[in-house]
Write a protein that binds this ligand. Structure first.
Ligand code: DC
Length: 203
């Protein structure tokens, strides 16, 4: 039986951590859809054309380092192009309906990719809290960035992701909003699991 959990939200809100924990808890497969856009963005930084890169995306394009600020910015830029988004739809929908359950996290999962998903979460936090988390993550990896740069980067991506015409970042009408600004990871995961349990009970 398939059961889809759609988890959307802005950059560095804790979506990835919550999604992984939720998938492990329920024994569901997990797809971080941001990686698809990042992989296209990286190909574009290497000189490919965005739409062609999205149409030709392969599993091996998801390997290697995709979590750099440059790749994130390029991902957000290619994600504005409707044909790029269209090229990635089938793969995401097929993943969502696989037997055994699936968690997909991204920006438009509850609104566009899986509007029928029984459980939809919107995981968010203030830009300052998200920038601080991302700053700690990047410096822990040895990248030389300042807090100001990371905050500016987060705000720029937020604006581009939520103001684009196609599939902008926004909560689905029936999404449960979880603001993690003042939550620990354990609290955020517990809130997500409780919300999903409730939807499972209704199914
Ligand atoms: O979640 P992330 O930071 O890895 O995503 C990188 C960029 O990809 C993000 O700024 C916008 C885009 N994206 C999108 O438009 N739709 C998705 N479902 C996932 C990511």
């Amino acid at each position: 039986m398939s059961f889809t959990v759609a988890i959307d939200g802005p950059a560095a809100a804790g979506k990835g951590t919550v999604s992984k924990a939720v998938a492990a808890h329920f024994g569901f497969a997990h797809l971080d859809t941001g990686l698809l856009y990042r992989a296209v963005g990286r190909r574009v930084l290497e000189g490919a054309a965005p739409v062609a890169a999205a149409r030709a995306l392969r599993a091996e394009d998801l390997e290697g380092e995709l979590r750099t600020p440059e790749v994130a910015q390029e991902a957000s830029r290619v994600a504005v192009i409707p044909e790029v988004r269209a090229a990635l739809v089938d793969f995401q929908r097929a993943f969502a309906t696989r037997a055994g359950g699936a968690v997909l996290d991204g920006r438009d999962i509850g609104t566009v990719i899986c509007p029928e998903a029984p459980a939809k979460l919107f995981v968010t936090a203030s830009p300052e809290v998200r920038a601080e988390r991302r700053y700690l993550e990047l410096t822990a990896k040895g990248l030389e960035v300042t807090r100001e740069e990371v905050l500016a980067d987060v705000k720029e991506r937020d604006a581009r992701d939520s103001e684009r015409a196609t599939a902008p970042l926004k909560p689905a009408g029936d999404a449960v909003v979880i603001d993690t600004s003042e939550m620990s990871i354990d609290e955020a995961v517990a809130a997500a699991i409780a919300a999903i349990e409730e939807k499972r009970g209704e199914g």
